[in-house]
Design a protein around this ligand. Structure first.
Ligand code: MTE
Ligand code: MO
Length: 529
């Protein structure tokens, strides 16, 4: 058989060709569905017609996050850190692509099954959209219209698939199929991009943020000189710039909350319910505090923490207006996107700097970090205290209510545990000693709201040596430290431990982050050249 003959033979093998056509049909329908839905969702958000999350993709993603088992969430945070969201979106994209292919394949032999499958997927997406906080029936429109467009594409493809299989028709059909597929995928992609670009009132909010002037405070935080400890190259900056601050939350799409429409109400076990809006909040006497935020998911040596100067109104002042009833032991804070945190009422009223923060390092809160208002509480992990995009405080009890993470395998109480981290040398690196023959081993140590009184470093199996400490502006912030170690050539391991204000040494027993924070000592191995 000649080569040309063989090629021709393959071109007309009807069954293989048809499967291909069918799969392309599924992909085209998927692209059109998502494209149309995302474009409409973007427009709805842009013009404020949506209540919750009108995008079926984001709604399904967020519903998935809410149902993620603790081990998977742990794995994702540890493996991908702050990129976990991008990974989830990529995963959703892949699953949607595969489902589209399967629906396409089914379209050929089992069209009814294909249609039922498609409708079931739409129903799942609609259920996700309807169960997001703040959802309204109108939020279903993008999914419905996108779904109808997808059904129409599937219907057209059925027509293509049933065309007779003569050689000539095959060629025209093939051209038609390819044109349709390319148009659907490009059109869907452009619609998706356009929808995401116009969504939300992101631009208006950025403009409001930029013109926001952080309120004046009577006693601004005095930042102690960070030198010489803080000058060690590679050490975490004492105050982490907003753009570098770690971000952890359950929001696949960051809530866009306009300050002008924002309000916070206090309900539950109170003498009088109170509600304050943005203007009222800004008219209150504001305070500044340096507070190191800490995520409970942080592994030993991890970087899910950061120190910033926060400006805000003490939560205790707002609670005082409401008058908590005796017997209340918890305040459940809620954000616009439905996240909740249960904070001991004592931590909000005992005089520590628990703030309703409006500024971070002198600027409006970044949208990612809770604009316009979030809570910050010294000494507690973020999951039980640091509610971003906050809208509601309910004075209640631990017996009656629980925060978002509690039924998901995390403790109801989350005081920060003492810990320390080596920033330099990096694990696995090779370092050259300085002109004085020493290698700086440096990092940060924290025990929020208790304070760090010492940091000790051990090289290999040697004795614990005291590191030089940076200033401690407040017991609510971390402390930088450095040990200028007279280095010897070869491979070495350095281990660090912190000592708290009462002289207790950081525990070395290893514990995983769940259920209430990791323990163990951080060590790095490096080579001195
Ligand atoms: N609305 C909302 N607030 C939230 C969360 C969230 O998922 N949603 N996560 C909390 C957790 S677990 C942490 S560690 C901190 C992180 O704050 P950051 O992203 O500003 O660093 O926010 C807290 N506040
Ligand atoms: Mo966290």
């Amino acid at each position: 058989m000649s080569a040309t003959r063989q090629a021709e033979e393959e071109t007309v093998t009807p069954s293989a060709a048809r499967s291909w056509v069918a799969v392309l049909g599924g992909i085209a329908a998927g692209a059109v569905t998502i494209g149309v839905a995302e474009l409409l969702a973007g427009l709805m958000e842009r013009f404020g017609w949506s209540g919750g999350i009108p995008s079926p993709v984001i709604a399904v993603g967020e519903a998935f996050i809410d149902r993620t088992p603790p081990w998977l969430k742990d794995f994702a945070v540890n493996k991908f850190g702050t990129n976990d969201k991008a990974v989830l979106l990529a995963g959703i994209g892949l699953v949607l692509f595969l489902l589209s292919c399967v629906i396409g394949l089914l379209l050929r032999r089992l069209p009814v099954v294909a249609l039922v499958g498609f409708v079931v997927l739409l129903a799942v997406a609609m259920a996700a959209v309807l169960t997001r906080p703040g959802a309204r029936p109108a939020d279903l429109v993008p999914t419905l219209v996108g779904g109808l467009a997808g059904l129409w594409v599937l219907h057209r493809w059925r027509g293509l698939l049933s065309v007779g299989a003569g050689r000539r028709e095959m060629t025209t059909e093939r051209r038609q199929v390819l044109t349709w597929t390319v148009l659907s995928v490009i059109g869907g992609g452009l619609a998706l991009a356009a929808g995401r670009a116009v969504s939300g009132s992101a631009r208006a909010i950025q403009a409001a943020r930029e013109t926001f002037v952080a309120p004046r405070v009577q006693r601004p935080v005095q930042v102690p000189p960070v030198a010489p400890v803080g000058d060690v190259p590679g050490i975490t900056p004492y105050i982490v710039p907003n753009g570098q601050f770690y971000r952890i939350d359950t929001a696949l799409q960051v809530p866009q909350v306009e300050a002008s429409g924002w309000s916070l109400k206090v309900t539950g076990m109170v003498d009088h319910e109170v509600e304050i809006d943005w203007k009222t909040l800004l008219s209150k006497p504001m305070q500044q505090a340096m507070i190191t935020l800490m995520c409970v998911s942080n592994e030993v040596g991890g970087s899910l923490n950061g120190n910033a100067i926060w400006t805000g109104w003490p939560v205790r002042e707002l609670l005082k207006l409401a008058g908590p009833k005796p017997g209340a032991d918890m305040v459940l804070s809620t954000s616009v996107d439905g996240f909740t945190a249960g904070t001991p009422i004592g931590a909000l009223t005992d005089g520590r700097n628990a703030l309703l923060a409006v500024a971070m390092n002198g600027k409006a809160l970044p949208v990612d970090h809770g604009y316009p208002v979030r809570m910050v509480v010294p000494g507690l992990y973020g999951y039980v205290s640091a509610t971003k995009w906050i809208t509601h405080l309910k004075v209640t009890t631990y017996a009656k209510d629980q925060g978002y993470w509690t039924p998901r395998g995390w403790s109801a109480m989350g005081p920060v545990k003492i810990s320390s981290r080596i920033d330099v040398p990096h694990d696995g690196r090779s370092v050259a000693p300085g002109t004085d023959g020493t290698v700086p081993i440096a990092g940060v140590a924290w025990d929020q709201h208790t304070g760090v009184s010492g940091v000790q470093v051990r090289i290999d199996n040697g004795p614990w040596q005291s590191a030089q400490l940076g200033e401690q502006a407040t017991v609510d912030a971390w402390r930088q430290w450095v040990l200028h170690w007279p280095a010897t050539k070869g491979r070495h391991t350095a281990t660090v431990r912190a000592v708290d204000a009462k002289g207790h040494v950081q525990i070395s027993a290893e514990a995983a982050p769940a259920p209430n924070g990791s323990t163990g000592l951080h060590s790095v191995t490096f080579t001195v050249a």
